[in-house]
Write a protein that binds this ligand. Structure first.
Ligand code: HEM
Length: 166
């Protein structure tokens, strides 16, 4: 039986273009959300009076971030299956798959609870209470995520030679 990774599903050119557009829009949205996340974390560091407002907005970014990550992965996997690139045939695609999956797990398991804690912290500050929660350092996630997405973008455009399988 042919391994799923070496299957090339025949689809019309227009459908491939739609998939690529979805892929690129998901990635553009993902990077934009990372920039918003970075701003909402950095502004309170420079101007404390913005902490309550910025922290209350942070939890709203969770679902858009997760959706962008999942959409990027799903459209990427589909592109791998319908183009000559395959899923784990070329190492640049395989590395992108790993990067994408690791980022999704980090958003779901680490960032999500951190954003919730920041929201609770912001609400307590806005109500004039002493926050009962501690907020983890949130400046690393946007830096790590943006850097990883830039690496994946460079790999996608350069498409370095090198196969994992024929
Ligand atoms: C980590 C996040 C990702 C980023 C930033 C990213 C970025 C990009 C970009 C910028 C392109 C367009 C390249 C071009 O047309 O020259 C592209 C195409 C592509 N991506 Fe992704 N990608 C990501 C995730 C994935 C995943 C998870 C897969 C599959 C496992 C994948 C598979 C592909 C394939 C096969 C193409 C080529 C489509 C074609 O040329 O017909 N990508 N990606």
């Amino acid at each position: 039986m042919t391994a799923v990774t070496s299957v090339r599903v025949p689809v019309p050119r227009a459908a491939r273009s739609v998939l690529l557009i979805v892929h690129l829009v998901a990635i553009a949205a993902w990077i934009g959300l990372d920039v918003a996340l970075g701003l909402l974390v950095l502004v309170p560091m420079a101007a404390h009076e913005w902490t309550a407002a910025c922290y209350q907005v942070l939890p709203l970014l969770f679902w858009p971030l997760l959706t962008a990550g999942l959409l990027s992965a799903l459209s990427g996997v589909a592109l791998g299956l319908v183009t000559r690139w395959g899923l784990v045939r070329h190492w640049w695609v395989a590395i992108k798959l790993v990067i994408n999956l690791v980022l999704i797990v980090l958003v779901a398991l680490l960032l999500g609870p951190g954003l919730d804690a920041a929201g609770e912290f912001g609400r307590a500050l806005a109500a004039g209470e002493v926050p009962a929660v501690e907020v983890p350092r949130l400046y690393m996630p946007p830096i790590v995520s943006t850097a990883a997405l830039v690496v994946a973008t460079v790999l996608s455009v350069v498409k370095p030679k090198g196969r994992l399988r024929a």
